[in-house]
Design a protein around this ligand. Structure first.
Ligand code: PGA
Length: 258
């Protein structure tokens, strides 16, 4: 079975005390009954301490929200992938739509970031998804396919198997309007088909594809019951301990029944 993952992207939220209290509460709530992997993506400055607070639990992985396309050197303000792995980080978000939008990150730059991440033994969580006008024009499949070609399809098959994809339609991020289960399933199946066509279908079957965009405790069940939805990348609802735990428990109970 593909790995099921619930990832929380805190973006630029929470102060230090809040972040630490959140991590502690999560460690207490997630126990050995959980069969889903929980990933937290805090801001850079909290990463080291969050790793220390969660390392006693085998159910947690910690993600950075970004990494540099460069390996090291005179790049003020950047954080290199090997720096992240050197403090126990396991995952890194790459190509989140807010990075694409506010930092003009191109497909080519994201391809380099994925390479740096993999070289440093980090698992990239590569984010793709169309915006509202692209969806309105029904070009969403074309856009997602191009994003895969631009940043992902240069990888060797062995590397592809190490990555996670997050489908995050931009129109659903932070808007309260999530993709319906049908829309999510349709796009996840398409992404898997594209990966299968480029590589092979058994590789495509092994890759976890997360859905992101206004996931809440209320809609998580419908989304997680989709065959090709392997979990979620959660923004707003990952800032409330109770909501985030409820989303984790929803996936867990679906896995337990299955
Ligand atoms: P949201 O954010 O859950 O607040 O829509 C998702 C994301 O940006 O990853």
């Amino acid at each position: 079975m593909r790995k099921k993952i619930i990832a929380g992207n805190w973006k630029m939220n929470l102060n230090y005390a809040e972040a630490m209290a959140f991590a502690d509460a999560l460690v207490d709530a997630v126990d050995e009954k959980v069969s889903v992997e929980v990933v937290l993506a805090p801001p850079f400055v909290y990463l080291h301490d969050i790793v220390s607070r969660t390392q006693s639990s085998p159910f947690f992985g910690i993600a950075a929200q970004d990494c540099s396309a460069q390996l090291k050197g005179a790049f003020t303000g950047e954080v290199a992938a090997p720096m992240l792995s050197s403090i126990g980080i396991e995952f890194v978000l790459i190509g989140h739509s807010e990075r694409r939008q506010y930092h003009n990150e191109s497909g080519n730059l994201l391809a380099q970031k994925i390479d740096r991440a993999l070289e440093a033994d980090l698992i990239p969580i590569f984010c793709i998804g169309e915006n509202k006008s692209e969806r309105d024009l029904s070009s969403h499949f074309e856009i997602v396919s191009q994003q895969l070609k631009d940043s992902f399809f240069h990888l060797d098959p062995a590397r592809v198997g190490e990555c996670i994809i997050a489908y995050e339609p931009v129109w659903a991020i932070g808007t309260g309007v999530n993709a319906s289960a049908g829309q999510a399933q349709e796009m996840h199946a398409f992404i898997r088909k594209e990966i299968g066509a480029k590589y092979d279908s058994s590789l495509a079957e092994r890759i976890s594809i997360l859905y992101g965009g206004s996931v809440t405790p209320a809609n998580a069940g419908d989304l997680f019951r989709c065959k090709d939805v392997d979990g979620a990348l959660v923004g707003g609802a990952s800032l409330k301990v109770a909501d985030f735990i409820s989303i984790i428990e929803t996936m867990n109970s679906i896995l337990t029944i299955a």
